[in-house]
Ligand binder design. Structure first.
Ligand SMILES: Cc1cc2nc3c(=O)[nH]c(=O)nc-3n(C[C@H](O)[C@H](O)[C@H](O)COP(=O)(O)O)c2cc1C
Length: 220
């Protein structure tokens, strides 16, 4: 696939087929994604990948914590977005709810949808990206570049993905079940699998603020 086509066709997948992703495919995908750039090639990342029964167990454990509305304790604190980001976030949420037919007063449906995120939208596998604790904030940038590289390369294998702050909300569960030491902080989770193209939610596409609003030009 042409690189521009790949960039344009990526979207956050929120419904997956149950088909497992073979370990070999994920290995190839992650190996190639290691080509992502990082500050002075520091490669400040480590992964833990879950599939099969381990993934099922993780999903159920996280979903039940979310259903009980247990307090989240992400290693990277959740942001309070100032304007204009909070309005963009709200608009995004409202558009998604509209597509899903979730009314603003339908608390039950909203809770179900919230829990779905913690169930990784039923993806058969997930990638958890860690860095060392107490490392420079630039390590976050490195992880961002890596995560986007994974999500683009995934398209080459017919895979879809979504980055999930939700999946990084209970890092102690992830560390315990995937044997990750406390010295590693969970930055982001990604659900990955074959997209269910019939699912209405996978028709959801997001807008972008036009370039003219976020870019100034000099010397042209
Ligand atoms: C760091 C990060 C965390 C995210 N966490 C979530 C999440 O917890 N739940 C969710 O539904 N989407 C999550 N997303 C997906 C965003 O909502 C999505 O990228 C954004 O709305 C733009 O849509 P697109 O990816 O389809 O282009 C996350 C994306 C990023 C980059």
């Amino acid at each position: 696939m042409d690189v521009l086509e790949t960039i344009k066709s990526r979207y956050s997948v929120r419904a997956f087929k149950s088909d497992p992703v073979p370990k070999k495919v994920l290995e190839e995908l992650l190996s190639v994604s290691l080509r992502a750039p990082s500050w002075a090639n520091t490669q400040t990342w480590e992964f833990a990948v879950a599939g099969g029964d381990v993934m099922k167990d993780l999903k159920e454990t996280m979903a039940s914590r979310a259903f009980a509305q247990d307090e989240r304790g992400p290693d990277i604190p959740r942001p309070e977005w100032p304007s204009p980001y909070k309005e963009r976030r709200r608009e995004n949420g409202l558009r998604l709810y509209e597509l899903l037919g979730i009314r603003r007063d339908d608390v039950e449906k909203q809770l179900n949808w919230f829990v779905q995120m913690y169930r990784f939208f039923d993806a058969p596998s997930a990638i958890f990206i860690f860095t060392e604790r107490d490392v420079s904030v630039w390590a976050m940038m490195n992880v961002g570049l890596l995560a986007q590289t994974i999500s683009l390369a995934a398209l080459n294998y017919g895979l879809g993905s979504i980055m999930l702050a939700a999946g990084a909300s209970y890092p102690d569960i992830v560390r315990k079940k995937l044997n990750v030491p406390h010295s590693r902080q969970l930055v982001i989770a990604m659900a990955i699998g074959y997209p269910d193209n019939d699912a209405a939610v996978n028709k959801f596409r997001t807008e972008r603020v036009p370039l003219s609003e976020v870019c100034t030009w000099h010397g042209f």
